[in-house]
Design a protein around this ligand. Structure first.
Ligand SMILES: Nc1nc(=O)c2c([nH]1)NC[C@@H]1CN(c3ccc(C(=O)N[C@@H](CCC(=O)O)C(=O)O)cc3)CN21
Ligand SMILES: O=c1ccn([C@H]2C[C@H](O)[C@@H](COP(=O)(O)O)O2)c(=O)[nH]1
Length: 288
């Protein structure tokens, strides 16, 4: 994962200080690319412990087309809670409930979850139903019937629906590519929170690539990660410096249940991470 540390170093050294929507402040560069050869191991950061469980659940949630945090909170995944909680707080039904109470209400009350747990037409909705198009099914069909295609694109950026989303998509567009029997995937990420978001995003798309490769009988190629506004929030500088002071370690191995033949059949228990020995976790605040 030297590529990630190179990114951190590059932004710390060459980035421009810039204000942002969250009023936190960032150091950023525009345009940056990393490449990960998946035959070398699973690209999960070793310079801090990354909570893979959230990543797997989030990806399964995207693939299923779901956009309500109910599935996530039932599996104790908290990464999307801040946004619908913020919307709930502004509603007439809000009576000073804490985040924990809000989460309990989402878990126990289906009507409440339907009303206050939905994020709008975010990733899952666009992946499976972009103005009526199931983009995931389209990609699977192209990979099977026309793998040389240069049109294997999936877009989460649906301009007419952005206004209804809790957060406009950060991983905006992906493209698949097949050569020599190997499947590669490139992600264009318009906005990249280098400390919190990027480690998740790398692992998530590497995993999607592995899952698609398995169900299409292709070998693993590269995950290419292209960033637009690549930023480090000013309140993450210390955490980034700490990571830069740590030695990278051997990449872990991701084992996926080989019996799964359809992308839509994967379950959490089909994934096993082996030989992951990261440096300890580093905490940091998420800018909302
Ligand atoms: N500012 C910002 N950065 C992001 O990375 C981000 C957003 N906003 N909004 C939408 C999603 C939500 N994402 C998040 C949100 C929280 C964590 C986070 O707090 N991660 C901690 C703990 C994770 C856990 O225990 O599950 C971490 O140490 O990585 C990570 C990604 C990624 N995205
Ligand atoms: O998967 C994700 C989702 C979000 N982020 C980060 C990037 C930015 O710091 C914020 C989004 O704010 P915008 O003003 O909409 O750009 O979330 C990420 O890195 N990865």
């Amino acid at each position: 994962m030297k590529a990630y540390l190179d990114l951190c170093k590059h932004v710390m050294e060459h980035g421009t200080l810039k204000m942002d929507r969250t009023k936190t402040g960032t150091k950023s560069v525009f345009g940056y690319q990393m490449r990960f050869d998946l035959s070398e191991g699973f690209p999960l950061l070793t310079t801090k412990k990354v909570h893979l469980k959230s990543i797997i659940h989030e990806l399964l949630w995207f693939i299923s087309g779901d956009t309500n945090i109910k599935y996530l909170v039932e599996n104790n995944v908290k990464i999307w809670n801040d946004w619908p909680f913020k919307a709930f707080k502004k509603s007439a039904d809000y009576h000073n409930e804490t985040m924990d109470e809000y989460v309990q209400m989402i878990k126990n009350d289906a009507d409440f979850a339907a009303k206050y747990g939905d994020l709008g037409p975010v990733y899952g909705a666009q992946w499976r139903n972009f103005n009526g198009v199931d983009q995931i099914q389209y990609i699977l069909d192209e990979l099977k019937n026309n793998p040389n295609s240069r049109r294997m694109i999936l877009s989460a950026w649906n301009p007419s629906e952005i206004k209804d989303m809790a957060l406009p998509p950060c991983h905006t567009l992906i493209q698949f590519y097949v050569a020599d029997g190997k499947l590669s995937l490139q992600l264009y990420q318009r906005s990249a929170d280098i400390f919190l978001g990027v480690p998740f995003n790398i692992a998530s798309y590497a995993l999607l690539l592995m899952m698609v490769a398995q169900v299409t009988n292709l070998e693993l190629g590269e995950f290419v990660h292209t960033l637009g506004d690549a930023h480090i929030y000013v309140n993450h500088f210390e955490q980034i410096q700490l990571q830069l002071s740590r030695e990278t370690r051997k990449l872990p191995i991701m084992d996926i249940n080989k019996d799964v033949k359809s992308l839509f059949d994967f379950k959490f228990s089909d994934f096993t991470l082996k030989d992951y020995n990261p440096h300890p976790r580093i905490k940091g605040k998420v800018a909302v």
